[in-house]
Design a protein around this ligand. Structure first.
Ligand SMILES: Nc1ncnc2c1ncn2[C@@H]1O[C@H](COP(=O)(O)OP(=O)(O)OP(=O)(O)O)[C@@H](O)[C@H]1O
Length: 328
Protein backbone atom coordinates (compact mmCIF):
# COMPACT_ATOMS: atom_id res chain seq x y z
CA UNK A 1 0.00 0.00 0.00
CA UNK A 2 3.00 2.26 -0.38
CA UNK A 3 3.40 3.17 3.27
CA UNK A 4 6.84 2.75 4.73
CA UNK A 5 7.77 2.70 8.37
CA UNK A 6 9.34 5.75 9.93
CA UNK A 7 10.78 6.11 13.35
CA UNK A 8 8.96 8.02 16.02
CA UNK A 9 10.69 9.93 18.75
CA UNK A 10 9.22 11.38 21.90
CA UNK A 11 11.45 14.13 23.30
CA UNK A 12 10.68 15.31 26.83
CA UNK A 13 6.98 14.96 26.08
CA UNK A 14 4.88 16.41 28.86
CA UNK A 15 1.14 16.76 29.37
CA UNK A 16 -0.36 18.89 32.09
CA UNK A 17 -4.06 19.30 32.73
CA UNK A 18 -4.13 22.23 35.14
CA UNK A 19 -2.29 21.01 38.24
CA UNK A 20 -2.23 17.37 37.09
CA UNK A 21 0.93 16.18 35.38
CA UNK A 22 -0.42 13.31 33.28
CA UNK A 23 2.82 12.71 31.34
CA UNK A 24 6.10 13.88 32.82
CA UNK A 25 8.90 14.62 30.34
CA UNK A 26 9.07 11.18 28.75
CA UNK A 27 11.68 10.25 26.15
CA UNK A 28 11.39 7.27 23.88
CA UNK A 29 12.43 6.12 20.43
CA UNK A 30 10.10 3.77 18.56
CA UNK A 31 11.98 1.98 15.77
CA UNK A 32 10.27 1.74 12.36
CA UNK A 33 8.01 -1.25 11.86
CA UNK A 34 7.68 -2.04 15.56
CA UNK A 35 4.64 -3.41 17.35
CA UNK A 36 4.86 -1.45 20.60
CA UNK A 37 2.52 -1.71 23.56
CA UNK A 38 2.15 1.10 26.06
CA UNK A 39 1.27 -0.80 29.18
CA UNK A 40 0.28 0.50 32.59
CA UNK A 41 -2.47 0.89 35.16
CA UNK A 42 -5.42 3.23 34.83
CA UNK A 43 -4.40 6.88 35.04
CA UNK A 44 -0.66 6.35 34.36
CA UNK A 45 -0.76 8.60 31.30
CA UNK A 46 -0.76 6.12 28.43
CA UNK A 47 -3.87 7.46 26.65
CA UNK A 48 -2.63 11.02 27.02
CA UNK A 49 0.66 9.96 25.43
CA UNK A 50 -1.14 8.30 22.54
CA UNK A 51 -3.46 11.25 22.00
CA UNK A 52 -0.50 13.63 21.91
CA UNK A 53 1.19 11.47 19.28
CA UNK A 54 -2.04 11.50 17.27
CA UNK A 55 -2.50 15.24 17.67
CA UNK A 56 -5.82 14.93 19.47
CA UNK A 57 -4.22 16.51 22.50
CA UNK A 58 -1.66 19.31 22.53
CA UNK A 59 1.75 18.73 24.09
CA UNK A 60 2.36 20.97 27.11
CA UNK A 61 6.13 20.62 26.60
CA UNK A 62 8.53 18.64 24.45
CA UNK A 63 8.23 17.36 20.90
CA UNK A 64 6.97 14.49 18.82
CA UNK A 65 9.24 13.76 15.88
CA UNK A 66 8.14 11.44 13.10
CA UNK A 67 10.71 10.45 10.49
CA UNK A 68 12.88 13.43 11.44
CA UNK A 69 10.05 16.00 11.23
CA UNK A 70 8.68 17.71 14.32
CA UNK A 71 4.94 17.06 14.04
CA UNK A 72 4.03 18.36 17.53
CA UNK A 73 1.99 21.24 16.18
CA UNK A 74 0.52 19.68 13.05
CA UNK A 75 -3.17 18.76 12.90
CA UNK A 76 -3.91 15.01 13.21
CA UNK A 77 -4.56 14.47 9.50
CA UNK A 78 -1.21 16.00 8.51
CA UNK A 79 1.04 13.95 10.80
CA UNK A 80 1.32 10.60 9.10
CA UNK A 81 -0.38 8.92 12.04
CA UNK A 82 -3.87 7.47 12.33
CA UNK A 83 -5.78 6.49 15.40
CA UNK A 84 -8.18 3.68 16.05
CA UNK A 85 -10.38 4.50 19.01
CA UNK A 86 -11.62 2.36 21.87
CA UNK A 87 -15.20 2.73 20.68
CA UNK A 88 -15.12 2.20 16.97
CA UNK A 89 -17.61 5.04 16.38
CA UNK A 90 -18.70 3.92 12.92
CA UNK A 91 -21.29 6.12 11.20
CA UNK A 92 -24.52 4.13 11.49
CA UNK A 93 -26.09 5.57 8.34
CA UNK A 94 -23.10 4.81 6.10
CA UNK A 95 -22.29 1.43 4.58
CA UNK A 96 -19.10 -0.37 5.51
CA UNK A 97 -17.38 0.82 2.31
CA UNK A 98 -18.54 4.40 2.86
CA UNK A 99 -17.35 4.34 6.46
CA UNK A 100 -13.92 3.22 5.32
CA UNK A 101 -13.82 5.82 2.54
CA UNK A 102 -15.01 8.65 4.78
CA UNK A 103 -11.71 10.41 5.39
CA UNK A 104 -10.97 10.41 1.65
CA UNK A 105 -14.33 12.09 1.05
CA UNK A 106 -13.27 14.80 3.50
CA UNK A 107 -10.09 15.22 1.47
CA UNK A 108 -12.09 15.67 -1.72
CA UNK A 109 -11.09 12.41 -3.39
CA UNK A 110 -13.76 11.57 -5.99
CA UNK A 111 -16.22 8.76 -5.35
CA UNK A 112 -14.93 6.05 -7.74
CA UNK A 113 -11.40 6.56 -6.47
CA UNK A 114 -12.30 6.46 -2.80
CA UNK A 115 -14.50 3.41 -3.16
CA UNK A 116 -11.69 1.65 -5.00
CA UNK A 117 -9.28 2.39 -2.18
CA UNK A 118 -11.88 1.42 0.42
CA UNK A 119 -12.24 -1.88 -1.46
CA UNK A 120 -8.49 -2.47 -1.16
CA UNK A 121 -8.58 -1.78 2.56
CA UNK A 122 -11.54 -4.08 3.08
CA UNK A 123 -9.66 -6.81 1.27
CA UNK A 124 -6.73 -6.24 3.60
CA UNK A 125 -8.90 -6.82 6.66
CA UNK A 126 -10.80 -9.63 4.95
CA UNK A 127 -14.19 -7.91 4.82
CA UNK A 128 -14.77 -7.45 1.09
CA UNK A 129 -17.97 -9.47 1.18
CA UNK A 130 -19.55 -7.13 3.74
CA UNK A 131 -18.83 -3.84 1.93
CA UNK A 132 -22.52 -2.98 1.48
CA UNK A 133 -23.70 -3.78 4.97
CA UNK A 134 -24.39 -1.22 7.66
CA UNK A 135 -22.58 -1.16 11.04
CA UNK A 136 -25.55 -2.57 12.97
CA UNK A 137 -25.43 -5.65 10.74
CA UNK A 138 -21.90 -6.50 11.89
CA UNK A 139 -20.44 -8.40 14.82
CA UNK A 140 -18.13 -6.65 17.27
CA UNK A 141 -15.06 -8.17 15.63
CA UNK A 142 -16.23 -7.12 12.17
CA UNK A 143 -16.91 -3.56 13.34
CA UNK A 144 -13.42 -3.46 14.68
CA UNK A 145 -11.97 -4.51 11.37
CA UNK A 146 -13.96 -1.77 9.63
CA UNK A 147 -12.50 0.72 12.10
CA UNK A 148 -9.03 -0.61 11.32
CA UNK A 149 -9.59 -0.28 7.56
CA UNK A 150 -10.89 3.22 8.14
CA UNK A 151 -7.75 4.22 10.01
CA UNK A 152 -5.40 2.54 7.52
CA UNK A 153 -6.91 4.13 4.41
CA UNK A 154 -4.99 7.31 5.18
CA UNK A 155 -1.75 5.30 4.76
CA UNK A 156 -0.27 6.24 8.11
CA UNK A 157 3.33 5.53 9.00
CA UNK A 158 2.24 4.88 12.57
CA UNK A 159 -1.09 3.41 13.61
CA UNK A 160 -2.21 4.30 17.13
CA UNK A 161 -4.63 1.98 18.88
CA UNK A 162 -6.28 2.88 22.18
CA UNK A 163 -7.41 -0.30 23.99
CA UNK A 164 -8.57 -1.73 20.66
CA UNK A 165 -9.59 -5.11 22.05
CA UNK A 166 -11.30 -4.07 25.27
CA UNK A 167 -14.85 -4.17 23.87
CA UNK A 168 -14.51 -7.73 22.58
CA UNK A 169 -15.34 -10.93 24.42
CA UNK A 170 -12.31 -12.95 25.58
CA UNK A 171 -12.45 -15.45 22.72
CA UNK A 172 -12.64 -12.78 20.02
CA UNK A 173 -10.01 -10.71 21.78
CA UNK A 174 -7.46 -13.47 21.39
CA UNK A 175 -8.34 -14.00 17.75
CA UNK A 176 -8.25 -10.29 16.93
CA UNK A 177 -4.93 -9.80 18.62
CA UNK A 178 -3.28 -12.30 16.32
CA UNK A 179 -4.93 -10.56 13.37
CA UNK A 180 -3.57 -7.20 14.51
CA UNK A 181 -0.09 -8.63 14.75
CA UNK A 182 -0.34 -10.21 11.31
CA UNK A 183 -1.58 -6.97 9.80
CA UNK A 184 1.25 -4.99 11.35
CA UNK A 185 3.80 -7.43 9.91
CA UNK A 186 2.22 -7.26 6.47
CA UNK A 187 2.12 -3.47 6.42
CA UNK A 188 5.57 -3.00 7.93
CA UNK A 189 4.49 0.18 9.74
CA UNK A 190 4.62 0.77 13.49
CA UNK A 191 1.62 0.06 15.65
CA UNK A 192 1.48 1.69 19.07
CA UNK A 193 -1.16 -0.06 21.11
CA UNK A 194 -2.32 1.14 24.52
CA UNK A 195 -3.44 -1.56 26.93
CA UNK A 196 -3.65 -2.22 30.63
CA UNK A 197 -3.54 -5.98 30.02
CA UNK A 198 -0.15 -7.56 30.51
CA UNK A 199 -1.15 -10.74 28.67
CA UNK A 200 -2.15 -8.69 25.67
CA UNK A 201 1.12 -6.75 25.72
CA UNK A 202 3.26 -9.88 26.09
CA UNK A 203 1.40 -11.63 23.29
CA UNK A 204 1.63 -8.78 20.80
CA UNK A 205 4.53 -6.51 21.47
CA UNK A 206 7.98 -6.46 19.94
CA UNK A 207 8.55 -3.74 22.48
CA UNK A 208 6.78 -3.11 25.76
CA UNK A 209 6.83 0.36 27.28
CA UNK A 210 5.65 0.16 30.89
CA UNK A 211 4.27 3.42 32.27
CA UNK A 212 3.54 4.29 35.87
CA UNK A 213 2.75 7.66 37.48
CA UNK A 214 3.27 9.67 34.28
CA UNK A 215 6.72 8.27 33.48
CA UNK A 216 8.18 5.34 31.56
CA UNK A 217 9.24 2.85 34.18
CA UNK A 218 10.86 0.37 31.79
CA UNK A 219 10.99 -0.31 28.06
CA UNK A 220 12.42 -3.21 26.12
CA UNK A 221 11.53 -6.37 24.24
CA UNK A 222 8.65 -8.25 25.81
CA UNK A 223 10.98 -11.04 26.83
CA UNK A 224 13.63 -8.77 28.34
CA UNK A 225 11.11 -6.82 30.38
CA UNK A 226 9.41 -9.97 31.59
CA UNK A 227 12.67 -11.77 32.39
CA UNK A 228 14.37 -8.88 34.10
CA UNK A 229 11.93 -6.35 35.53
CA UNK A 230 13.84 -3.38 36.89
CA UNK A 231 11.42 -2.26 39.57
CA UNK A 232 9.00 -3.92 41.97
CA UNK A 233 6.18 -2.14 40.17
CA UNK A 234 7.08 -3.71 36.81
CA UNK A 235 7.54 -7.15 38.38
CA UNK A 236 4.15 -6.98 40.09
CA UNK A 237 2.34 -5.42 37.16
CA UNK A 238 3.58 -8.01 34.67
CA UNK A 239 2.64 -10.78 37.09
CA UNK A 240 4.27 -14.17 37.32
CA UNK A 241 6.95 -12.83 39.67
CA UNK A 242 7.65 -12.81 43.36
CA UNK A 243 9.04 -9.63 44.85
CA UNK A 244 11.12 -10.76 47.81
CA UNK A 245 12.89 -8.58 50.36
CA UNK A 246 16.31 -10.10 51.09
CA UNK A 247 18.99 -8.66 53.38
CA UNK A 248 20.80 -7.34 50.25
CA UNK A 249 17.65 -5.63 48.92
CA UNK A 250 14.51 -6.44 46.97
CA UNK A 251 14.70 -9.01 44.20
CA UNK A 252 12.29 -10.41 41.62
CA UNK A 253 12.11 -14.16 41.06
CA UNK A 254 9.74 -15.69 38.54
CA UNK A 255 7.20 -18.01 40.17
CA UNK A 256 8.04 -20.74 37.69
CA UNK A 257 11.71 -20.55 38.75
CA UNK A 258 10.98 -21.33 42.40
CA UNK A 259 11.39 -24.97 43.46
CA UNK A 260 10.17 -26.56 46.67
CA UNK A 261 12.16 -29.14 48.57
CA UNK A 262 12.62 -30.24 52.17
CA UNK A 263 14.02 -27.74 54.60
CA UNK A 264 17.81 -27.51 54.62
CA UNK A 265 20.90 -25.36 54.40
CA UNK A 266 20.91 -22.81 51.57
CA UNK A 267 17.14 -23.00 51.20
CA UNK A 268 14.66 -20.37 52.25
CA UNK A 269 12.55 -21.79 55.09
CA UNK A 270 8.84 -21.48 54.42
CA UNK A 271 5.47 -22.89 55.37
CA UNK A 272 2.85 -23.72 52.75
CA UNK A 273 -0.27 -21.56 53.01
CA UNK A 274 -2.21 -22.52 49.88
CA UNK A 275 -2.17 -25.03 47.03
CA UNK A 276 -4.12 -24.32 43.87
CA UNK A 277 -4.44 -26.83 41.05
CA UNK A 278 -4.41 -25.11 37.66
CA UNK A 279 -4.37 -27.99 35.20
CA UNK A 280 -0.90 -27.89 33.66
CA UNK A 281 0.57 -26.34 36.80
CA UNK A 282 0.05 -26.20 40.52
CA UNK A 283 0.34 -22.87 42.25
CA UNK A 284 1.82 -23.27 45.71
CA UNK A 285 2.01 -20.30 48.06
CA UNK A 286 4.27 -20.34 51.10
CA UNK A 287 4.90 -17.89 53.92
CA UNK A 288 8.52 -16.91 54.53
CA UNK A 289 10.16 -14.71 57.17
CA UNK A 290 9.05 -11.10 57.41
CA UNK A 291 5.37 -11.80 56.70
CA UNK A 292 6.13 -12.30 53.03
CA UNK A 293 4.59 -14.84 50.70
CA UNK A 294 6.37 -16.58 47.86
CA UNK A 295 4.56 -18.37 45.07
CA UNK A 296 5.97 -21.37 43.23
CA UNK A 297 4.34 -22.37 39.95
CA UNK A 298 5.21 -26.04 39.64
CA UNK A 299 4.57 -28.26 36.60
CA UNK A 300 1.83 -30.67 37.66
CA UNK A 301 4.04 -33.77 37.30
CA UNK A 302 6.66 -32.25 39.55
CA UNK A 303 4.12 -31.29 42.19
CA UNK A 304 2.35 -34.65 42.18
CA UNK A 305 5.65 -36.55 42.37
CA UNK A 306 5.81 -35.23 45.92
CA UNK A 307 2.59 -33.44 46.86
CA UNK A 308 2.85 -31.03 49.76
CA UNK A 309 0.00 -29.51 51.68
CA UNK A 310 -0.90 -26.35 53.60
CA UNK A 311 0.84 -26.20 56.97
CA UNK A 312 3.88 -28.25 55.87
CA UNK A 313 7.36 -26.76 56.24
CA UNK A 314 9.43 -26.62 53.03
CA UNK A 315 12.68 -25.15 51.70
CA UNK A 316 12.49 -22.83 48.68
CA UNK A 317 15.29 -22.60 46.11
CA UNK A 318 15.98 -20.96 42.77
CA UNK A 319 19.01 -20.58 40.53
CA UNK A 320 21.11 -17.49 41.18
CA UNK A 321 20.62 -16.18 37.65
CA UNK A 322 16.84 -16.26 38.20
CA UNK A 323 17.10 -13.59 40.86
CA UNK A 324 16.95 -10.00 39.61
CA UNK A 325 17.83 -7.10 41.89
CA UNK A 326 15.17 -4.39 41.87
CA UNK A 327 15.72 -0.64 42.10
CA UNK A 328 14.30 0.78 45.29
N1 LIG B 1 -8.93 16.01 29.92
C1 LIG B 1 -8.39 15.85 31.12
N2 LIG B 1 -8.47 16.81 32.06
C2 LIG B 1 -7.91 16.66 33.27
N3 LIG B 1 -7.22 15.57 33.65
C3 LIG B 1 -7.10 14.57 32.77
C4 LIG B 1 -7.68 14.64 31.46
N4 LIG B 1 -7.40 13.50 30.81
C5 LIG B 1 -6.68 12.75 31.66
N5 LIG B 1 -6.50 13.39 32.84
C6 LIG B 1 -5.73 12.88 33.99
O1 LIG B 1 -4.42 12.59 33.56
C7 LIG B 1 -3.94 11.38 34.13
C8 LIG B 1 -3.57 10.40 33.02
O2 LIG B 1 -4.73 10.05 32.27
P1 LIG B 1 -4.68 9.08 31.01
O3 LIG B 1 -6.06 8.99 30.46
O4 LIG B 1 -3.62 9.49 30.09
O5 LIG B 1 -4.29 7.71 31.70
P2 LIG B 1 -4.40 6.22 31.18
O6 LIG B 1 -3.17 5.56 31.63
O7 LIG B 1 -4.68 6.19 29.74
O8 LIG B 1 -5.64 5.67 31.98
P3 LIG B 1 -6.84 4.70 31.50
O9 LIG B 1 -6.24 3.35 31.31
O10 LIG B 1 -7.78 4.76 32.68
O11 LIG B 1 -7.40 5.29 30.25
C9 LIG B 1 -5.04 10.89 35.04
O12 LIG B 1 -4.74 11.33 36.34
C10 LIG B 1 -6.28 11.57 34.51
O13 LIG B 1 -7.22 11.76 35.54
Amino acid sequence: MGATGKDLELVNVTKRYGETVAVDAINHHFAPGTYACLLGPSGCGKSSTLRMIAGHETVSDGSIVLGGTDVSHLPPAKRGTAMMFQSYALFPHLSVAENVAFSLKMKGVDRPDRLKRAGEMLELVDLSRLADRFPDQLSGGQQQRVALARALITRPQVLLLDEPLSALDPFLRIRMRSELKKLQRELGISFIHVTHGQDEALALADEIVVMNNAVIEQAGSARDVFNAPRTAFVARFLGGHNVIALPEGKVAVRSDAVRMTDEGAGRMPAQITAVEYQGTHVNVTAAVAGEQEVTALLPDALYFAQPRHPGEPVGLTWENDQQHPLQA
